[in-house]
Every structure is written in C-alpha cells, then in structure tokens.
Design a protein around this ligand. Structure first.
Ligand SMILES: Cc1cc2nc3c(=O)[nH]c(=O)nc-3n(C[C@H](O)[C@H](O)[C@H](O)COP(=O)(O)OP(=O)(O)OC[C@H]3O[C@@H](n4cnc5c(N)ncnc54)[C@H](O)[C@@H]3O)c2cc1C
Length: 356
C-alpha cells in the first residue's frame, strides 16, 4: 500500500537517497524510497572516495556494505604531468587510509539493498515523485507515480535525493544560490584484465585533459577522462573520439587498454553546472547532487552526498525523531563542512585555470 502516511519519503535511491534512508530508518516509523531508474541502468558516473569517505561510511554504519562490493583498496597513485612521473603514497594514519572506487552498478544496488533490509523501509522502483504537496508553508507530502497510477502520500519529512537535475527541488522553490558553469566533459568506461597494478591509481595531466585509471573491482578498472570543452571544440570531433585518442596515446593506460577488454559502454556528462541550493526548509531537505553538485573533476561527489546524509541523520538524532519542522540551519552546516571541496572544484572550473 503506497498511499497513506510515511514518516519519511525519499525521492531517489542511489548514493544519497539509499544512504539517507538507511541512516534515518532507526528514527522513523516507516520510510518510503522512490527511485525512478531501472535496476539495469548503466550509470556513467563514478563513485570514488578516500580516507574521509571511509570514515563517513563507517560513521553511517555502511562501511561493511561498501567493502563487500569487492573493490580493491588503493594506497597511492602515480601522477604523470607532461612526461614527468611522480609517485604519491597515501599517509597511513589508520585502518581507513586508502582510496576506493566502486562502479555505480555495484555500489548503488548494494546501498539500496541495505536500506531495504531495514524492516521499516519500503523501496519502490521504478517510481517517481511527480509533485509536492505543501500546506501552511510546510511540505506535507508528495505524489508518487508507480505503474502508471498516481498515489498521494503524506509525510513528516520529504528528502529529495533525485540528482543534479532535480525538478522537485525547483518545485519546492529551492533555487540555487550559487552556480559555477563547468568547462569539463567527463567520460568513463570499465575494463577488465588490464596488466596494471590493482593497489594503485594513475592520473595523467596533459594540456586540457586528465586521464585516469582506477582499480574498481576484481580484475576491473575504471578508465576515465576529463576533457576541456575547448579541446573538443578545436578537434571538431565527438568527445568519444577524443577519449579514445587520449587513452590510446597515454604511455601507461594505452598499452594496458589494448591488452585488456572493455566491459561497459562509454558514457559520461558535459556542460555541467556546479550548484548549491538551500539544504532544508519546513518539512523537506535535499541530499546529494540535488542540493550540492560538485563538478566531477575533483571526484568529491560521493563525499558531499555522505556529508549531507550524516548532517540530516545527526539533526534527526538530536531531535529524537522525525520532525521536518526542526531542520533549519542545515545549509550553513553543510556548506561549512564542504567549503574546501567547493573552492577546489570551483577553481578548477575557472577559465584561467583550465585548458592551459
Ligand atoms: C561523469 C561523472 C563522473 C563522476 N565521477 C565521480 C567520481 O569519480 N567520484 C565521485 O565521488 N563522484 C563522481 N561523480 C559525481 C557523483 O556521481 C554524484 O555526486 C553522485 O552520483 C550523486 O549521487 P546522488 O544520489 O545525489 O544522485 P544520482 O546518482 O544522480 O541519483 C539520483 C537518483 O534519483 C532518481 N530520480 C530522479 N528524479 C526522480 C524523481 N522525480 N523521483 C524519484 N527518483 C528520481 C534517478 O533516477 C537516480 O536514480 C561523477 C559524476 C559524473 C556525471
């Protein structure tokens, strides 16, 4: 039964939505997660994090779930700048001192399964939140479209985790208060059986582009590029052709890719806009890209989603239950926690800093 009252309704069931549903469930009577995607969708967005991310997963009680995804831990990377190679080893502060990348097709279902394994969490997929109901200046519910029918639900808290293009955030009037257009086009594909180390990543910074290979599963690597739009415009070709060229010409990834095999389509995104929206209001909050979208060039989207999920969880824990009226002040808290991440990513998006 979908219609009726829920303590929490979460729109979006990927990193941000599944994690928030998992984290709020102990404080809620019941939680409904509504996700619009198909279980089989290819999701050409990476998920990468470092020690800080590991600490966040652990704090949220999800580190075991994430580790069970089977991605190798990396303890350093090689950085190639033009033709110079520099080795970076990550400082070994504690047991969390490693970096990890998990394909979204593995990570997101694992997180959603974990959330759905809570006895008071119901997952509806594919389904979509198509409208928001407010009363007296406070969000009171939503319309959920499932199997061609609309269902009116009421809730104490509506969590929007429906990604950077969230139409529901627009419906709420949670307009972005800061926007930074990005000149980067990010593309990626997954490969198997590359003759590369599985405990180290590789970054190659060349004029106008960055090529990356990261171990992401047993015998699997994510190979990605960030390309400046100018590079694509000047070449006049499709970004996929530039991806192939950059990877083939790289002295480390090129021969490896030629020896291995591609196991996914190539995909990605361009013409992105970093944006920050208010994080909460009466009866609602935004987590993940819906409220805070960082350009992928710094690979900090996962961290920002986890930070927001933790902030909501901590506030709800402080209140002692789900009361959507008491979520004020979260925007400042989130922005302070992620300020450094915003500054670094925004700087990389400035015309003077890129494509040189
Ligand atoms: C090309 C690319 C590369 C990236 N690389 C990295 C990286 O290396 N490291 C990193 O940490 N981050 C990276 N990111 C960023 C990272 O992918 C995002 O920060 C992350 O996906 C945000 O997760 P999310 O759960 O907020 O949103 P999403 O992953 O976008 O999920 C939103 C979900 O909401 C669903 N939805 C949409 N509308 C509705 C609706 N109305 N009702 C219900 N459900 C709805 C969607 O179907 C989707 O399932 C990359 C992003 C891109 C585009």
């Amino acid at each position: 039964m979908i219609a009726g009252h829920w303590s929490v309704v979460v729109a979006g069931g990927r990193i941000a939505g599944a994690t928030t549903a998992w984290a709020l469930a102990p404080y809620a009577e019941n939680v409904l997660v509504v996700d619009a995607s198909q279980a089989t969708s290819f999701w050409p967005q990476q998920s990468t994090w470092d020690r800080e991310g590991n600490l966040l997963w652990a704090d949220l009680g999800l580190l075991d779930v994430v580790l069970a995804c089977g991605a190798p831990r990396t303890y350093g990377h090689t950085l190639r700048v033009d033709d110079d190679l520099v080795q970076h080893d990550y400082p070994q502060q504690d047991e969390y001192s490693y970096r990890m990348t998990v394909p979204r097709e593995v990570l997101d279902p694992a997180l959603l399964r974990a959330a759905g394994s809570r006895s008071n969490v119901t997952v509806l997929r594919p389904a979509r939140v198509t409208d928001i109901a407010s009363e007296g200046g406070r969000v009171r519910g939503a319309t959920v479209r499932h199997d061609g029918a609309d269902h009116a639900v009421s809730c104490d808290l509506l969590v929007l985790a429906d990604g950077r293009l969230s139409r529901n955030a627009d419906r709420l009037g949670a307009e972005p208060y800061q926007v930074v257009p990005s000149p980067w086009v990010a593309l990626l594909a997954y490969f198997a059986d590359l003759p590369l180390r599985s405990d180290r990543g590789y970054f190659s910074s060349q004029p106008g582009s960055l090529a990356i290979s990261t171990p992401c599963g047993p015998g699997q690597w994510c190979v990605s590029t960030d390309m400046h739009q100018r590079l694509i415009d000047e070449s006049g070709g499709h970004p996929a052709r530039q991806f192939t060229r950059i990877i083939a010409e790289d002295p480390y990834i090129g021969p490896a890719v030629a020896a291995g095999r591609q196991i996914s389509k190539l995909g990605g995104a361009g013409k992105l806009r970093m944006q920050r929206r208010p994080m909460s209001g009466p009866g609602w909050c935004l987590v993940g890209d819906a409220g805070y979208h960082l350009d992928p060039v710094t690979a900090r989207g996962t961290k920002s989603a986890l930070v927001a999920a933790r902030i909501v969880r901590d506030r709800v824990a402080e209140i002692g239950g789900i009361d959507g009226a008491l979520l004020d002040g979260l925007t400042e808290q989130r922005d302070a926690a992620l300020e450094q991440d915003w500054v670094v990513a925004a700087e990389l998006c400035q015309p003077a800093q890129v494509g040189s």
